[in-house]
Design a protein around this ligand. Structure first.
Ligand code: GSH
Length: 219
């Protein structure tokens, strides 16, 4: 049985967990926090979570894990069957990951962990990337009702565990309402939250918050 390593307060961990639950793939949940120990780096070379343990070895990086699960595990695929449709979904995943998640993450300290104001230079860089990322999604995503159209895809799983945090960062750090820039985004999140698998992931994340904060010494 495959094993998913990480912790339930991690948004990336939850993208993969949601894919496993939605596909009905049996898996074992292994609690691991981030770190740079030799043992950790042997399993996830950047010391990040999530990572997957398979019979052949370890696989890290969420988008890669999603593809691996899609190609090797049973249950429905959350990619379109045709290569162009699949490429468009992967494109949406990349836009979300590179230009929303990674940009917003640079302000997580101020927004979520009480670690003081973000330096002005960082704020300026983040704002520019977020503006372009949001504009790219506004152009490329359909929100009808899902990111790639009528069918739910892996892009929605990634978006669900990225956009709400980016929206909070925008509000707290920039006093900027992201939902006004991305019509349909809030409605999509609400639609996704009605799914049983999402409810499970979110409840586990809520329960895992205290352990996560204690582990990293966050008040
Ligand atoms: N590019 C990685 C990012 C994963 C990531 O940043 N995970 C966070 C936890 S939510 C982490 O491990 N942070 C520790 C670190 O950046 O060293 C992926 O797609 O899986």
């Amino acid at each position: 049985m495959i094993k998913l390593h990480g912790f339930p307060a991690s948004n990336y961990f939850n993208m993969v967990k949601l894919a496993l639950l939605e596909k009905g793939v049996p898996y074992e949940d292994v609690r691991v926090y981030t770190g740079q120990s030799e043992d950790m780096l042997a399993k996830s070379a950047m010391g990040k979570v999530p990572f997957l343990e398979t019979e052949q070895g370890f696989v890290s990086e969420t988008a890669v894990i999603l593809d691996y699960i899609d190609e090797t595990q049973g249950g429905p695929s959350f990619y379109p069957a045709d290569p162009f449709g699949k490429a468009r979904v992967r494109e949406l995943i990349k836009y979300t990951e590179l230009y929303l998640e990674l940009a917003a993450r640079r302000c997580y300290g101020e927004a979520f962990f009480g670690s003081g104001p973000t330096p002005d230079q960082t704020k300026a860089e983040v704002r520019t990337i977020l503006e372009r990322g949001v504009a790219a999604l506004r152009r490329q995503a359909s929100f009808a009702p899902y990111l790639a159209g009528e069918a739910i895809t892996y892009a929605d799983f990634v978006f669900l565990y990225t956009y709400p945090m980016a929206k909070n960062v925008a509000k707290i750090v920039f006093d900027w309402d992201l939902s006004a820039e991305l019509p349909g985004a809030d409605a999509l999140v609400e639609t996704l939250k009605t799914r049983d698998a999402v409810k499970t992931v979110d409840e586990d994340a809520r329960i895992g918050q205290q352990e996560f904060r204690a582990h990293y010494g966050i008040k």
